[in-house]
Unconditional design. Structure first.
Length: 334
């Protein structure tokens, strides 16, 4: 019998929740969400074989989250349904479409895991190359779950991707939070961070690229993907280069919920494909200018497509290819 775990190249571990988004009339509209869950779904839709590792609730929301993963082609481990409720996020969106969040996270389904379980699930995946986490998984209270797992994965030769994606409103002790986030980033081959994240982490240089370089130096990450909202994104590499990509035509933004998740998924999808073409693991790939431009264009196009819809609705691989064929983001060396 064929091993059902074969073929999985990327895993994502972290929160899965329902985004309850405020509507103009004051009502709340539920959307599948959670940064890591969004990333898993976006990776699957983008064409890379992905598994989401955390438990899902048996409640109505959890069943919906599972169905959405299935539609995206994302696998889940066997026996990962639990009785705990699905976590909730209450999301406000300002006039520019930028989202702010409040979370309900005590005793919830996706937190019913451990470093040992995550490591065992990954050990059962013979083709695994890349492990991803970030956002709420980096909170200090869960450091004992995710940090040992990241260390084990890096030690096993996997490519580690960590999205800082800070949520400062949910923690009372920012110093402890920063230390927890930086510890996780220190295990990453690729760090994804926004300009807002850098400020929260204490990198206050006026130029976000300079701040990202300082983060890169402190964490030892060989690659840092910096998102700048409407100004696009920058990829910094270990050789000191920084490439900037941005859209060349106006984009009508509905909201930015999940934009960073879709950006990272597009970048990782392209990176996994490049590594496969050259028969190396992603973190072993020497990134040329051509590689970097492709990574950023995939990331920016994926984020742009998502921003044109309400909530996180990641694009398919066909959608991204169509956008790249019609309107490729500009990319240049800083």
């Amino acid at each position: 019998m064929k091993n059902p775990n074969t073929g999985v190249k990327v895993v994502a571990a972290g929160e899965a929740l329902m985004d309850m988004i405020f509507q103009p009339d004051g009502s709340l509209m539920p959307h599948d969400g959670g940064a890591v869950y969004n990333l898993a779904r976006a990776l699957g839709l983008g064409g890379v074989c992905t598994q989401y590792l955390n438990p899902l609730s048996a409640d109505t929301f959890g069943q919906g989250l599972r169905r959405a993963l299935d539609r995206a082609g994302v696998r889940v481990p066997a026996h990962n349904t639990v009785a705990h409720p699905t976590s909730l996020a209450v999301v406000g969106v300002d006039a520019q479409g930028k989202a702010s969040y409040g979370f309900y996270r005590e005793g919830v389904a996706d937190r019913q895991t451990s470093a040992a379980r995550l490591t065992a699930l990954c050990a059962a995946l013979p083709d695994l190359q890349v492990v991803c986490t970030g956002c709420l998984a980096l909170l200090p209270d869960d450091q004992g779950v995710y940090l040992p797992w990241l260390k084990a994965m890096r030690g096993a030769g996997k490519t580690v991707v960590v999205d800082a994606n800070l949520r400062p409103a949910v923690v009372p002790d920012m110093d402890r939070y920063r230390a927890s986030v930086l510890a996780a980033l220190g295990e990453a081959h690729l760090v994804k961070v926004s300009d807002d994240d850098l400020l929260c982490l204490g990198f206050t240089q006026e130029d976000p690229v300079a701040a990202a370089r300082a983060l890169m130096h402190q964490t030892g990450a060989a690659r840092v993907a910096l998102t700048l909202g409407a100004r696009g994104a920058v990829l910094l590499t270990a050789d000191g280069h920084a490439w900037h990509a941005t859209e060349t035509t106006p984009v009508t933004v509905v909201d930015t919920v999940g934009a960073g998740d879709c950006f990272l998924a597009g970048l990782v999808n392209a990176w996994v494909q490049q590594a496969a073409d050259e028969k190396v693991r992603p973190h072993e790939l020497t990134l040329t200018g051509t590689h970097v431009q492709e990574l950023l264009r995939w990331g920016v196009a994926s984020a742009t497509l998502n921003c044109q819809k309400a909530g996180c609705q990641p694009p398919s691989r066909a959608d991204v290819l169509a956008r790249l064929g019609a309107d490729t983001p500009a990319c240049y060396l800083l």
